[in-house]
Every structure is written in C-alpha cells, then in structure tokens.
Design a protein around this ligand. Structure first.
Ligand code: GTP
Ligand code: MG
Ligand code: NA
Length: 452
C-alpha cells in the first residue's frame, strides 16, 4: 500500500508513437476499457494516466509472469497524443517516464512522429521497447485472442508469418538506422543495450502478455535502485488538467512522479499570474485500471505515493494551469519552492510578435502545441493564454493591424457570454475546434478567402 515504508516506487511507463498507431487502444486492452471510442476525432488530445496493479498484469500475462518474481506494485501508464503538434507534451511525457513503449503500426512502419518519439527517448535516455502493433491486419492472419505471440505464430500460415516478418525486419532496420540495435524480444538478452521488438495486436490482445512481461522485467531488473530512491520525500508532480468537481470546486488532476503528498500538505502550483500557495483539502485516487481523464468515481485517501495519478482538492485552484508543475512544501520554505515553480514555468513560454492572432487553449501543453503548429504555418501570435475566451481577448484581437490577424483561435475552450457579445460588436472572428490541425486549417482557409 501507499503507506508502506521502503516500498518501491511505481515505475512510469510512457506510451509514445505516431498518430493512430494504437497507443490508446493498447491501453484500453490492458485495462479493459473503451477510452479510445469516446475521443473527439478519434485523436488523443491530452496526456492521461492509468495505474495498472501487478495483479492485473499477472492475470493478463498468464503463464509468462510469475507474480512472486516481482516486488514492484505495478505500472503507471502515461498515454500521450500522437498528433504532430504535440511534440512538447510528448517531450514532457518522455522526460516524466522511467521506461517507454514505442507503438509502431507494423504495416505503416516508421512515420514522422515515430522518429520524433525516438529522438525524445534518445535525448532523455529513456529505456524502451517497441510494440509492433496491428499484427492482426497481416493478410491471412488467424487471430488468437489474448495469446502470447509465439503461440499465435504457431497457428499462422507460413505465408502470413513471412508477411509479418518482412514488416518486422523493416522495423528492426529502421531502428538500426536510428542507432539502436534491435531484435525480436525473445532473442534479446540485455534490454538496455538492445531494443526488444514485441509483435502485438491491441485489437485481439495477441502479444500483450509478452509486452507486459518485458515491461515488468525491464523495470524490475534495471530500475530497482532508482525505484527505491526518495519515495518518502515531498511530492512533485505535473498538472494534467484543472477540473471542477461537485462539492470541491476547482481540482487538479496530477501525475505525482516523485515523493509523497498528504492531506493537509501545503502545495505550490503554477498559476496564470503567480504561483498559487494552498493547502490540500482532499486527495482523490482513481480506481485501479481507470484512466484519470475519464474516471467518475474516486476514492478518498490520506496520502498518495509516487508514481500515481491523483486528483487534488484545495482552495484557490481556479487560476491553476494544466501542464504546470506542482510541489509539496515540507521542510523548505514556501518562497524557495515558489521560486522553483516560477523557474519551471519560465521554460514553457510562447514567443509573441508585434502583430498576430490571439490564441486561447485549455492547457499549457496544448498552448505550446498550438504555438508550434502556428509557427510551422508561419502565423504570428500577438497573445497566447490558457483559459476560456473572455471579453478582454476580443479587445486585444481588435487591436491587430492586419484584418487576417483580428481573430481568436480557441482550442478546447469555452466562450464566455460577454465575449460572444463583444465578438458580434467588433467583428473579431473566432475559430474554435478541439483538433489542433483542423483549427489551423480552418484559419488558413479563411486567410485564403480574404486574399481572393
Ligand atoms: P492518437 O492518440 O490519436 O495518436 O492515436 P493512438 O495511437 O492512440 O491510436 P488509437 O488507439 O486511437 O487507434 C487508432 C485506430 O487504430 C483505431 O481505429 C483503432 O481501433 C485501430 N487499432 C489500434 N490498434 C489496433 C490493432 O491492433 N489492430 C487493428 N486492426 N486496429 C487497431
Ligand atoms: Mg490515443
Ligand atoms: Na487516434
């Protein structure tokens, strides 16, 4: 349990890869959920977190895993968005993680965001395995629901197996081109110097027992020393989302990646103006195997130990920003922790220009992603902020010199009633969407129309 002194820290496993290669579906398969089906545009927009206990892992892995071999409490999976604009979110995902699963569609092979994910893993020195996903789409495949991959391969025709192997060898070649020596995972002895490739299907569950076994082995063998360090220190985390909860007001969904947070602790959180100092009123933990992004029922607990997804209820969180750091103050003085949080925030600021568009987004991560997408499209930004569209945003947009800059681009945000009025009165155009590339495309089409 979380209160165990000397307990090992739960390893954080980031799931990375190109858009639609099956990251969320893979996690759905492991936790027995259907998060992917509820996503806008079938695209993951925000980082998620799911604690999968050792029991679930050993149930799924069946004969491949002996739970008595492991003393890790389980794995905390971090789902990340694959769309190309989310490089900064992924980078933080990569940096947060102890190990990673790089999901690659076996038919599609290496794609730009696969390469980008590899660059992030290389830069952060994160050990990883490759899940070669969608093996069930191999022509002539004979699906073997939930079976280990070797057992499934025994049931395939030579033709199907050869087709799959061609794709897998191509993948191994591409990894080698990136400077990694890789092989089928069952041939890998040392997972630190060689990348194991695990053929899987998120759809049929084939190969999932193997993937979980490799992840447990990798964490257990190479991470144990790290996992035992600093589990009882002051908690450190990242805000995934700020959400209103009935009876609590604004709350934080947090990935706690280090230390412990307790009810009554003083915490410092990145806010829209200055860091917020407040006191933890309640800690709400998602059920095991639940995605914190979609969880409805939380359990109230006295303390939470890293790594974990946790909802923190505290006063004065309205101005807290998604993507901001959160730190427990214990021993250190509040000002030192505030300074630390300010420093972390300064690293994620958006460049603005003299003239340009106004951008509003729901999280620091998506704001950064918007800024990257707009930079790529050569659209300058006058102001970029986290939050709903307010009348003052309209006032700022109105001051832009060029007509095509008198716009507000809103990603995943609401428009306040007064702002609707101001938009009508001033003729400032609002574009809003919950898929970034569509939002940018809509704006580009508008600019083209103006030029005609
Ligand atoms: P983003 O979050 O948008 O980057 O995508 P993702 O990597 O999470 O992929 P997602 O889980 O949304 O899956 C994309 C599509 O591939 C969905 O239609 C899934 O049903 C399908 N899919 C995922 N895994 C498999 C698989 O193993 N086999 C087959 N046949 N389809 C799969
Ligand atoms: Mg997804
Ligand atoms: Na998707």
């Amino acid at each position: 349990s979380a209160a165990d002194p000397g307990a090992l820290r739960t390893p954080i496993v980031a799931v990375l890869g190109h858009v639609d290669h099956g990251k969320t579906t893979l996690l759905d398969r492991i936790r027995g959920s259907a998060v992917q089906e509820g996503e806008a545009g079938a695209i993951t927009q925000h980082i998620g977190a799911t604690a999968v206990p050792l029991e679930t892992i050993s149930d799924m892995a069946g004969s491949l895993v002996d739970p008595t071999d492991f003393d890790l409490p389980g794995l905390l999976f971090i789902d990340t968005p694959g769309h190309h604009s989310f490089s900064t979110l992924r980078s933080r995902g990569g940096a947060l993680a102890d190990i990673a699963v790089l999901v690659v569609d076996v038919n599609d092979g290496f794609q730009p965001q696969t390469e980008e994910a590899i660059d992030i893993l290389k830069r952060t020195g994160t050990p990883f395995v490759v899940a070669a996903n969608k093996v069930d789409t191999t022509p002539g495949w004979n699906p073997q629901e939930g079976e280990p991959i070797q057992r499934s391969l025994e049931k395939q025709s030579d033709r199907a197996e050869n087709r799959l192997n061609e794709n897998l060898y191509e993948l191994i070649g591409d990894l080698s081109g990136k400077g990694f020596s890789a092989d089928f995972y069952w041939r890998v002895q040392d997972f630190q110097s060689n990348i194991g490739v695990v053929p899987v299907s998120a759809m049929t569950g084939e190969g999932i027992p193997d993937l979980l076994t490799v992840l447990m082995g990798l964490s257990q063998r190479y991470m144990k020393a790290e996992m035992a360090v600093d589990v009882a220190g002051p908690g450190v985390g990242t805000v995934l989302e700020v959400k209103d909860e009935r009876g609590f007001g604004a709350t934080l969904d947090v990935v706690l990646y280090d230390g412990v947070v307790r009810e009554g602790d003083t915490i410092v959180v990145g806010g829209r103006d200055d860091p917020i100092v407040t006191e933890v009123r309640a800690l709400l933990q998602p059920r095991p195997n639940a995605e914190i992004r979609t969880e409805k029922r939380f359990e109230r607990v006295d303390e939470v130990r890293a790594a974990a997804g946790v909802k923190i209820a505290a006063p004065d969180l309205d101005e807290a920003m998604s993507g901001a750091p959160v730190r427990v103050v214990r021993g250190d003085d509040v000002d030192a922790v505030k300074a630390e949080v300010r420093k972390e925030l300064a690293r994620i600021e958006v460049d603005t220009a003299e003239d340009g568009v106004v951008v509003k987004a729901d999280t620091l991560g998506s704001l950064e992603a918007m800024a990257n997408a707009l930079e790529e499209a050569e659209v300058p930004i006058l102001r970029a902020e986290v939050g709903d569209v307010a009348p003052r945003d309209v006032t700022v947009a109105q001051t832009a010199n060029e007509e095509h800059h008198r716009v507000i681009l809103g990603f995943n945000v609401d428009v306040l009633a007064d702002a609707e009025e101001a938009l009508e009165r001033t003729g400032v155009r609002l574009f809003d969407d919950d898929v970034i590339y569509q939002l940018v495309e809509e704006y580009e089409e508008y600019v083209e129309e103006l030029e005609r």
